[in-house]
Design a protein around this ligand. Structure first.
Ligand SMILES: [Zn+2]
Ligand SMILES: [Zn+2]
Length: 405
């Protein structure tokens, strides 16, 4: 079911009536899914078909990306594809799920386009088929928001691509393994002994890695440049990272081809031993897929061993955190007593409270400072014990105040 985009009337009010853009005689406005998440989730539950989650990317010159975007949306929508696709003049980066029965047709649709012919895809190993709720094809400036000035270095001069077996062997031979993901991705799983950046952006991570390697180079009396092995989720960030490191003068750079996602697949297919520990952070509803049973992280609220990654269920907070089952029960799936208090209000009161509030971008704060989060929780518990509420202003938005016992 399509519902009209709530933004349209406002645009009209500001700019006057807009001519309706059309694509091949179709209202392009309809080439979007605007259903609410809960409706989409229910629809997916009812669907009852087996789905496969897969991802692919390619750096390739694309022309007329706007109309390509509409073509892809129509074509893939008709194949039951859900997911998040970025296209730009520099290429495509896609994470999708689709009915397993349509895999061959989807392959044929990709191969029929010269730009996407034989594009390698990676199939997720742990998959309940509910990784995406809708299809979103977005035109972007870049297919990865990397913050790097591409014209300053040769993005095609990338490191050697390694398969899982070779990556393992080189690790055993003592190569330096570097995680090219952000701090919150490394948290719940990473290669054994890897350098894990503290930065929470790709650009920050790459600058940190350059500094680390330069320091290493200065401090060590080495006749030969040590081999650097890069890895990331699906391999795409290592394309840029390895080119950048080479540009910075690090010549002995290799990268895990297909990233952790394909590493996991190769482990299974070839019966290899995993040198990756724990879970792989992914950018869909699942948040993570398990590679091994190792638990490499701690609950950010109580400090016990846990790699249960989740978002605070209070909608304006949404903070990403590692939370054990016990804390999830204690804090009602929220990051703090304060969010719990809002989350446990009747839905109309929650709506009234949220009105006019922006969604805070707290995604990484707990990762950067779990001790800070625990301190905040302790302070809030004390206040709560004292006042019975952490949101005294709630009474002003509350049409029917709860009577205290
Ligand atoms: Zn806990
Ligand atoms: Zn929260």
């Amino acid at each position: 079911m399509m519902i009209p985009c709530p933004r349209r009337p406002r645009l009209h009010a500001l700019n006057g009536p807009q001519p309706r853009r059309t694509f091949a005689g179709m209202d392009t406005h309809r080439l979007r899914n605007l259903d609410r998440p809960d409706i989409l989730r229910a629809k997916l539950e009812r669907e009852g078909v087996e789905r496969t989650t897969l991802s692919f990317y390619r750096y390739v010159r694309l022309k007329e990306v706007e109309s390509l975007r509409h073509e892809l949306y129509q074509e893939w929508d008709s194949l039951g594809v859900l997911g998040r696709i970025y296209i730009s003049q520099e290429g495509i980066n896609a994470q999708v799920s689709l009915p397993t029965a349509n895999l061959n047709r989807f392959r044929a649709a990709l191969d029929a386009r010269e730009a996407f012919a034989n594009i390698p895809w990676k199939i997720a190993v742990e998959d309940d088929g509910k990784s995406f709720l809708k299809l979103a094809v977005k035109v972007k400036k870049k297919i990865v928001a990397d913050g790097l000035a591409d014209d300053a270095f040769d993005v095609t001069d990338v490191g050697e691509h390694l398969d899982a077996a070779t990556f393992n062997r080189k690790m055993e031979e003592g190569a330096l393994v570097v995680d090219m993901r952000n701090n919150y991705e490394c948290l719940i799983g990473h290669f054994k002994g890897a350098y894990l950046p503290k930065a929470d952006t790709f650009r920050g991570a790459i600058e940190e890695v350059v500094k680390m390697l330069e320091k290493k180079r200065r401090s060590e009396e080495v006749s030969k440049e040590p081999e650097v092995l890069l890895y990331c989720t699906g391999g795409i960030r290592c394309e840029k990272a390895s080119a950048y490191l080479k540009h910075e003068g690090f010549t002995n750079v290799a990268q895990l081809h297909g990233g952790i996602i394909d590493y996991a697949r190769q482990l299974k297919a070839e019966g290899l031993q995993s040198k990756y520990l724990g879970q792989n952070f992914v950018f869909d509803e699942r948040l993570a897929e398990r590679i091994t049973d190792d638990v490499v992280s701690m609950c950010m609220q109580c400090g016990t061993k846990s790699d249960r990654i989740t978002n605070c269920h209070e909608a304006t907070c949404n903070m990403l955190l590692v939370q054990c089952e016990a804390c999830a029960a204690k804090y009602a799936d929220c990051c703090s007593p304060s969010c719990r208090e809002i989350h446990q209000l009747p839905i109309e009161q929650q709506r009234a409270w949220r009105k006019g509030r922006s969604t805070r971008s707290t995604k990484t704060k707990a990762v950067n400072d779990p001790e800070g989060l625990r301190r905040r929780i302790r302070e809030e518990e004390e206040l709560l014990a004292l006042n019975g509420t952490l949101h005294p202003q709630l009474t002003t938005v509350n049409p029917h105040p709860r009577t205290s016992a």
